[in-house]
Design a protein. Sequence first.
Length: 97
Amino acid sequence: MRKHLCFLPLVGLLLSACGTTGGPSTAHLPETTSEAAVAYAARCGSCHAIPHPKRHTYDVWLRMMPLMEKHIADRNMGTMSIEEQTLILAYLKQHGR
Ligand code: HEC
């Protein structure tokens, strides 16, 4: 886990170098083009590489959301609406470990 994390910035760099849209690449995500995957990538790929949903179980994702929300609030990056959170959590529930 620790070793894997070290590669995250590198992966992010590679992904952004390959992306054509300028946004975070969703190529490695399940149902790449769905509304949920796009929302997930936009929200969860702006500070670090987009974590693969299989990285955690839904229970862990549930606990992680408020932590990430705090990071988002701390950096004045807006708040996630209930709809957005629901969409992202449903996606993580379906595709999580
Ligand atoms: C405002 C910046 C920011 C955004 C946006 C953000 N994160 Fe994070 N994330 C962090 C920081 C900072 C860390 C380092 C660990 C910590 O201090 O919580 C982190 C760490 C992580 C980790 C690594 C910990 C682990 O278990 O491997 C995961 C996974 C993660 N974030 C998931 C998400 C998800 C899911 C979202 C979208 C809901 C998200 N992040 C959005 C800032 C952010």
